[in-house]
Design a protein around this ligand. Structure first.
Ligand SMILES: C[S@@+](CC[C@H](N)C(=O)[O-])C[C@H]1O[C@@H](n2cnc3c(N)ncnc32)[C@H](O)[C@@H]1O
Length: 220
C-alpha cells in the first residue's frame, strides 16, 4: 500500500476518487514529496493564477488550504479566497490556520455550493485526480459556471518525475491514483467545459499546469 493511500478517507463513488482525511499526515507527505520546494512551487502557482488585489477566488479541492493561504495576501482585505473540499477534517484544519479573508466550505467540485459567476478565478491543485472519473467533466463545468465571463482557471496536476528513482518515490508516496491527466484535461475537460486554454507548462519536477479563460462571449 502506498503512503498516500493510508491518508485516504472514504469514497461515495464507485468509479474512484476519494477524500483525504488526515491533514497533518498529508502536509508532512507533501513537504517530503516536493523535496523542500513546496513553498516555491505554490508561490509560482499563485502567480500563474493571475490573482490580484480585490479578487474573489475559489480553491477547488483545497485540502489543508496551502494554496488558499498563499493567495490570501495577494487578494488582500478587499478580496476573498474560498476553499472547498469534501473532507470535513481537511476543511477544519484549513479553517484554523487561515487569515480572515479566507473562508471554507465542505463540498464537492462537481456540485459547488456557489452562485453563477461569483468568482474572478478558480484554482485547483492536485484535486482533479481525486474526483471520480465520471465527475471530472461536471467539476470543470462547475468551475466554468461559478466564474464570471473573463474569469480565469488554473488547474495543476501531478506528473511523474523523469528520474526513475524519484518516480519510484512518488509512486510510493502517492499511489496509482496520481496518474497523469494532462491529455485528459487538454483534449477534453477544459475545452469541453467552454474554456479557452491560454497556457500549459511545468513547475518543478512533479507538476504540470493548465491556465484557461472563460470567454467573455461564451454562453452560460
Ligand atoms: C492531493 S489533495 C490536494 C490538496 C490541495 N489542493 C493541495 O494542493 O495541497 C486532494 C484533495 O482533493 C479532495 N477531493 C476529493 N474528492 C474531491 C471532489 N470530488 N471535489 C473536490 N475535492 C475533492 C481531497 O479530499 C483532498 O483534500
Amino acid at each position: 500500500m502506498s503512503a498516500g493511500k493510508l491518508l485516504h478517507g472514504h469514497s461515495r463513488h464507485s468509479d474512484g476518487g476519494g477524500t483525504i482525511d488526515y491533514p497533518r499526515g498529508y502536509d508532512v507527505l507533501a513537504e517530503i514529496g516536493f523535496l523542500g520546494r513546496r513553498r516555491g512551487v505554490f508561490t509560482r502557482l499563485a502567480a500563474l493564477s493571475g490573482a490580484e488585489q480585490g479578487h474573489q477566488i475559489v480553491d477547488v479541492g483545497c485540502g489543508t488550504g496551502y494554496l488558499t493561504r498563499m493567495l490570501a495576501p495577494i487578494v488582500g482585505r478587499e478580496g476573498r479566497v474560498t476553499g472547498l473540499d469534501p473532507s470535513p477534517a481537511m476543511i477544519g484544519h484549513a479553517r484554523r490556520r487561515s487569515p480572515d479573508n479566507c473562508s471554507y466550505q465542505v463540498g464537492e467540485g462537481q456540485a459547488m455550493p456557489f452562485p453563477d459567476a461569483s468568482f474572478d478565478i478558480a484554482v485547483s491543485s492536485f484535486a482533479v485526480h481525486h474526483m471520480p472519473v465520471s465527475a471530472r467533466g461536471t467539476a470543470v463545468r462547475e468551475m466554468f459556471r461559478v466564474l464570471r465571463p473573463g474569469g480565469r482557471l488554473l488547474i495543476a496536476e501531478f506528473r511523474p518525475p523523469a528520474n526513475p528513482l524519484a518516480a519510484r518515490l512518488a509512486a510510493v508516496l502517492a499511489g496509482p491514483a496520481m496518474r497523469p491527466t494532462m491529455p485528459e484535461l487538454l483534449a477534453d475537460l477544459v475545452p469541453g467545459a467552454g474554456f479557452r486554454v491560454e497556457s500549459t507548462g511545468t513547475v518543478g519536477p512533479v507538476l504540470y499546469y493548465v491556465t484557461a479563460v472563460r470567454p467573455l462571449d461564451a454562453p452560460s
